[in-house]
Unconditional design. Structure first.
Lengths: 298, 500, 317, 317
């Protein structure tokens, strides 16, 4: 039986979303090879409203399944609700919707990312030290991560958070802000950059400053360059926390399997799970190799 | 309405720009229903004076009384309310709007539902233009009109409004005798209706003919206010300049026999048809015609602005393709535009940068040699008596006539072989005119050839060796020196006579 | 004869955008079988109406010789505050009416702020609206803590999602406002003055036109249209994201105006052109999705079509 | 006497941006103890030099009456392709020289594309460069699969990270180019022509100036500066992200030009003004971080300072 599946994701506007686009294409190609009866329509949107438009366009084409990584939760909810009510199989990835209008929800763990990062920093610093934070774009995801991070840190009075500024998940911005931090704070023990793109800028600024007081740097999301550094035993970048863009590929698989009525091996239930939260995993030198996908772009 | 009632009275009006007084303590009374002339050299302060009356400038000192009561003409809308309208020296028209939209700008007619009454405005426009004996369609876009047509629109705009005081700042500089006659008739009629008119001009003959009284200004000072009957043109000129004026036209020089420019069967689609003439070396060749005769278009075709559809241009016997002003300059052709601010000078540039704009190459080695630029500009300032504080003053701060002189200097600076001058003395005073005529005389003496497009018959007769008469984009006649007379030229220009 | 030729030329120039639209329309019908479906056409119209409505107001601003880069941020701010007002008043029918009125007033107020700084402060419109673009966005983030505005009303979405005679409500408003503004631009004093001011400010001033007021009103109008658009959008989504609602709207709106034949330098322009410009942009986006153009190459296609749509007009005219 | 006063007025106008800079400088020194540290000043200068260099080229374009929105995307495309070229040739010193030459030529080529469509196609600069902004970005994403360009050279980063006499190389280039362009603008035929074209195109045409060529060259110059900036940036990070390198550079560059006193409508402007404008923007960003302004309110402060920096000039002049 032929299947038509729409995949709606944000445009590649920074490294991680670039990874999303790459993994979406990857999964689509894998499935095309495996199951020639499935047709995919991939659309990418700059903004929530554009994404709404694109979902409408997909509906005109008559799809059986929709995999959506929403730009924003609330704005996409009404349209996805319409899709859902038309009986289309909906898989929502990463950013949840404000109503239960999906069949499967696949997501990374945003609070988890903040929590795991905080816990690792605390343990590496032995509960004592000065930390600076580079946040993402001011938005919900960022807030969840930062709040979880701060919640952990609250329990350790020995840790002082010196500053927390938005670096918008941009390398260049990370570079600038880190330059300013280095200027402003004569002593820093650890840097949490939240995102690996930003971390690259941060490392550059540190390198240029010629300082050697910082003991550790932690990014986030698990880009291949940073994983490579961990594998190669970099003294400053010893860990990373995943927030894998491959989740979109998992979402696409869920759509096909859901529509085909397949179940997960090892699961005793008849259907695939309706909620899948991918753990925020800590990557260290021991396990880095498992996470390294050299052909990925992120 | 008593004829001798005072409409406008100025008491101690002065105006200074950045500390320089350009108008000093002017006390005059303008009478209801008179036509009052204002004359004076370029930069004497004529435009400044009327700009104070119409609200463009506020005086630095002094007061204005209108119809007996003191008024503070803060801006143009106050002047409008008082019933003062102006035909300004530089066009105040909007290129993107049509003729009727321009005429009614700021005083649109509206219907009961507050929407514009376009039909009525168009009809009124047609009426006004008919009164001026011009057949410009009310719907035409302003940018498609010639300079003379724009001037007629500007006149129509001013009279469309039932004003009590009508100010005309050099309205006739681009008009031919025909239109001037129409305008004067109209002024006479308005005067009979009790409208007061202020008339500024450098054409003293016109002032003598139309004005009841005349004010003379010199260097911002009031010189005299007399009935025109009491003055002749020589006396006016003498008072303006402050000294005796000698013969205005230089003697004519016989040109050489060889032609530097030969135009053969030149046509530009829709504008020019089958034009042929020769320009000899050292000749001043006049071009005469009524408005819309196509003289400006011909000049623009010669410098490559209008693409030529057929025919040839030969320079020194060789056929040349001139498809842009750059080609023209390279072929030694220079052009002085009649549209001073539209295509002539850059008002946001200073005097020196304007003068050297076309010939800038001569001043580069490779950086611009500012000293040389300054020295050259100062020569022109001396030669044409340009009134400017310095070579680095922006052109927008110069009076109209002085801008014209800069424009002339700018086209002359590349030292052309063929010089096309379109209305060269537009808005410049008698004395400066003389300087310009003698300058042209000096030029042709050195072997430069001139095409002189002029609407001033005197100029054509006084300067030119021969004259080409055009009508509706065609050459209707070429008159040799001995055939040249005002009447003969008009015959060809109006189409009563034809054939070269 | 001369007049005829002049007119002929003018008409072609006037109809350049329409010509571009027709070409694009024909190409799209051939390229995709879905394109001509009623539902798709309605989708396109609804999709363009949000930035299209803003573009209508922007037309006045651009003709008057200005520009407004703040419309995107303003959309987010107004949409967000309207939702907050709605929630505050309880979400009933009265609450909706009050919130809408509040939104429209707010839009005109924000537009007036732009206009006043530009006219009274004599600062270039580009700089002023670049500044307020940052400021309005920052307010939005601040009131929402960078989160989302969510309406609790069940009634509110009816407005943005509703239909009237089979046509979505935003589309009605888009065409309705276009007709109204077309009349204002072509047949009222204000419209005439906008063109005059944009074409030559000095002359306009000389003709006793209150130049500052004309320009101020243009910014108030665009503020009003932004409010309409913000209300429609927030109602359609029943929520609004503070960080990315309205992002890049200024570019879309300005592009629609210019593709529609309005000169960037001011002085001339038309409302029908702007409507066509907005629809052209909508068709481009729709076709990119319908044809499944590679995400990486969508930008190329979009860029080429935008330039092409304007080039085609030049060639014809 | 008039001359003096006229000059005096002119000078104040000319020095408006400088005045704004001084005010901001004093305020910043008071507000933050770190501000005046040599290192911080050098940081600011280096941070502004990337968009600052682009702003220098943009100054020509804006004075000539145009605009270039594509500079950000162009930065990404050139930076990316330079890295690819570098890797292809092996990353040695020769490879670096070839890659840089290639990058500069590419920049001029991309600028020329903009310029040619604008002058030959007679399409508004806003539309053309909006289109090429999308196209250049799309190419970048396409060649990199929306990933990152990574250089394998160990030598390349020396360029962007290096110092000469204690001053970072990008800063040298920024000031060097500013000086060079200042001379071109003020003391060469081309500079004079750019002002003439921007001030009144018709007069320029009648004055035998090749208007199209003057404008084309302005776009080629901005392409060149974009290339310089792209090379410096990619060399500093030894890599470049295809999706977000150069995003919003056009806004920063244009803002720098206009804060520097160049008129958006063309005709007048200065290079020193642009340098000052770029530094003003840099100080704003620096202070926002130094003072730890709430992320949500940073936009407000930034917007206010931008508008204020221009307002202060008006008041003085
Ligand atoms: N805006 C201005 N700023 C500075 N100086 C000015 C300004 N306007 C006029 N002037 C100066 O005032 C003087 C008088 O100018 P005005 O335009 O009144 O002369 P005019 O008598 O009309 O001359 P013309 O016959 O050439 O038109 C001139 O020297 C001129 O340079
Ligand atoms: N831009 C234009 N587009 C179309 N027609 C034009 C344009 N400019 C002028 N014309 C027409 O060309 C004809 C000749 O123009 P013009 O009046 O300039 O001739 P002229 O002999 O130079 O007159 P004048 O003595 O008043 O300068 C007129 O019929 C005019 O309407
Ligand atoms: Mg005058
Ligand atoms: Mg003429």
């Amino acid at each position: 039986k032929p299947l038509r599946i729409g995949v709606s994701i944000p445009t590649a506007d920074h490294g991680w979303t670039g990874g999303i686009v790459w993994w979406a294409n990857q999964a689509i190609n894998d499935w095309k090879a495996k199951d020639p009866d499935v047709t995919f329509f991939l659309v990418t949107a700059d903004s929530a409203t554009q994404q709404v438009d694109q979902v409408e366009d997909l509906m005109v084409k008559g799809i059986d399944g929709l995999v959506i990584l929403a730009h924003d939760s609330a704005p996409l909810t009404p349209i996805v609700e319409r899709v859902y009510k038309e009986g289309i199989f909906v898989v929502s990835v990463d950013r949840g919707l404000t109503k239960p209008v999906e069949h499967v929800y696949v997501a990374g763990d945003n609070p988890g990312l903040g929590r795991v990062a905080a816990e690792w920093i605390v343990s590496e610093l032995n509960g004592k030290g000065k930390v600076v934070v580079l946040e993402g774009i001011p938005c919900v995801i960022n807030t969840e991560r930062v709040e979880a991070f701060n919640a952990v840190m609250k329990d350790y009075p020995g840790i002082e958070i010196l500053d927390s500024q938005p670096a918008h998940w941009l390398t260049q911005k990370g570079l600038e802000i880190m330059e300013n931090y280095l200027q402003k704070y004569k002593e820093i023990d650890a840097v949490w950059a939240q995102d690996d793109d930003v971390l690259k800028g941060v490392l550059q600024a540190y390198k240029e400053s010629g300082r050697n007081d910082i003991k550790l740097f932690l990014g986030g999301a698990g880009s291949k360059d940073i994983i490579k550094m961990i594998m190669d035993g970099d003294p400053l970048v010893r860990a990373d926390v995943t927030y894998p863009p491959s989740m979109i590929a998992t979402g696409i698989s869920c759509a096909v399997m859901g529509l085909r009525g397949e179940k997960l091996s090892g699961f005793y239930q008849g259907k695939i799970p309706s909620k899948i939260i991918l753990a925020a995993e800590l990557i260290t030198a021991e396990n880095a190799e498992d996470y390294y996908v050299p052909e990925s772009i992120f | 309405m008593k004829p001798d009632q005072v409409l406008v009275k100025t008491v101690g009006i002065s105006k200074s720009f950045s500390g320089v007084t350009v108008l000093d303590n002017i006390n005059v009374e303008i009478l209801q229903g008179e036509i009052l002339g204002i004359i004076g050299e370029n930069g004497a302060g004529k435009s400044t004076f009327i700009k104070i009356l119409n609200g463009t400038y506020t005086p630095s000192e002094g007061r204005v009384f209108f119809a007996g009561s003191p008024v503070h003409i803060r801006d143009t809308s106050v002047a409008k309310r008082l019933g003062i309208s102006t035909i300004p020296q530089e066009f105040n028209l909007i290129n993107h709007l049509s003729v009727y939209e321009n005429i009614f700008l700021g005083k649109e007619l509206v219907k009961g539902n507050r929407l514009l009454d376009k039909q009525q405005m168009k009809e009124k426009t047609s009426e006004l233009l008919r009164e001026l004996d011009t057949d410009i369609p009310p719907d035409a876009k302003l940018q498609d009109l010639s300079v003379a047509q724009k001037q007629m629109v500007e006149i129509a705009k001013a009279i469309a409004y039932d004003s009590r005081l009508l100010i005309m700042d050099e309205p006739t500089t681009v008009l031919t005798q025909h239109e001037i006659d129409i305008l004067f008739n109209l002024m006479q009629r308005l005067k009979e209706k009790g409208v007061t008119i202020i008339y500024i001009s450098h054409k003293l003959r016109e002032v003598k003919r139309i004005c009841d009284r005349v004010i003379i200004l010199r260097d911002g000072q009031f010189i005299s206010l007399d009935p025109t009957d009491a003055l002749d043109e020589q006396e006016m000129a003498r008072r303006m300049v402050g000294r005796e004026l000698t013969q205005i036209f230089p003697p004519k020089i016989q040109p050489q026999a060889n032609a530097v420019l030969q135009v053969r069967n030149l046509s530009v689609s829709g504008l020019l048809h089958d034009i042929s003439f020769d320009l000899r070396k050292g000749e001043i060749l006049g071009f005469s015609g009524l408005i819309g005769a196509g003289r400006t278009e011909l000049a623009e075709a010669l410098i490559g602005i209008h693409p030529i559809t057929s025919g040839q241009i030969m320079i020194n016997g060789k056929t040349q393709v001139i498809s842009s002003p750059i080609d023209a300059v390279n072929n030694g052709i220079a052009y002085l535009s009649e549209d001073r601010q539209g295509t002539g000078v850059l008002t946001s540039f200073d005097v020196a940068s304007n003068v050297t704009l076309v010939s800038l190459n001569e001043y580069c080695k490779p950086l611009i040699d500012r000293k040389k630029e300054k020295a050259q500009t100062e020569e022109y300032i001396k030669a044409f008596n340009i009134r400017t504080p310095s070579t680095r003053t922006l052109l927008e701060y110069l009076s109209g006539g002085n801008q014209q002189k800069v424009s002339l200097a700018k086209s002359l600076d590349p030292k052309p072989e063929i010089f096309i001058i379109d209305e060269p003395t537009r808005g410049i005073d008698v004395n400066a005119k003389k300087e310009v005529y003698y300058f042209i005389h000096e030029l042709v003496k050195t072997g430069i050839s001139c095409i002189l497009i002029s609407s001033e018959m005197e100029e054509i007769l006084g300067l030119c060796n021969r004259v080409v008469v055009m009508r509706e984009g065609r050459v209707t006649g070429i008159l040799e020196a001995d055939e040249m007379s005002e009447a003969e030229i008009m015959f060809y220009a109006t189409g009563l006579k034809e054939g070269a | 004869m001369q007049t005829n030729i002049l007119k002929g030329k003018l008409d072609l120039e006037k109809h350049g955008p329409l010509f571009a639209l027709v070409v694009l329309f024909i190409l799209s019908s051939i390229a995709s079988p879905y394109f001509l479906q009623t539902r798709n056409i309605l989708n396109i119209l609804r999709q363009v109406s949000y930035t299209g409505i803003i573009a209508l107001g922007m037309t006045f601003v651009i003709i008057s010789g200005g520009i407004d880069l703040s419309v995107g941020s303003m959309t987010a701010l107004i949409g967000g505050l309207v939702i907050m007002a709605l929630n505050y008043f309880g979400g009933g029918i009265m609450a909706i009416i009050i919130a809408i009125l509040f939104g429209l007033l707010l839009g005109m107020f924000l537009g007036a702020i732009n206009g006043l700084i530009i006219t009274k402060g004599k600062v270039a419109p580009f700089i002023v609206t670049l500044g307020t673009m940052a400021i309005y966005r920052s307010f939005t983030l601040y009131v929402s803590n960078a989160g989302e505005f969510r309406s609790t009303s069940n009634l509110y979405p009816k407005l943005g999602m509703g239909y009237f005679l089979g046509i979505p409500i935003p589309v009605w408003l888009f065409f309705g406002l276009a007709a109204l503004f077309g009349v204002i631009l072509n047949s009222t004093r204000y419209g005439r003055y906008v063109c005059a001011v944009g074409s030559n400010e000095r002359v306009a001033r000389y003709s006793a036109i209150n130049v500052d007021r004309v320009r101020l009103i243009a910014y108030i109008i665009v503020g009003f249209t932004v409010a309409v658009s913000a209300i429609l959008m927030s109602s359609r989504l029943n929520s609004l994201s503070s960080s990315n609602a309205g992002v890049n709207y200024e570019l879309d709106a300005i592009a629609a105006v210019i593709i529609g034949g309005t000169a960037m330098t001011g002085g001339v322009g038309s409302m029908s052109g702007t409507v066509i410009g907005a629809i052209i942009l909508g068709i481009i986006n729709n076709m990119l999705n319908m044809l499944g153009v590679s995400p990486y190459l969508q930008g190329t296609v979009k860029g080429l079509v935008i330039i092409g749509a304007v080039l085609i007009q030049r060639k014809k005219a």
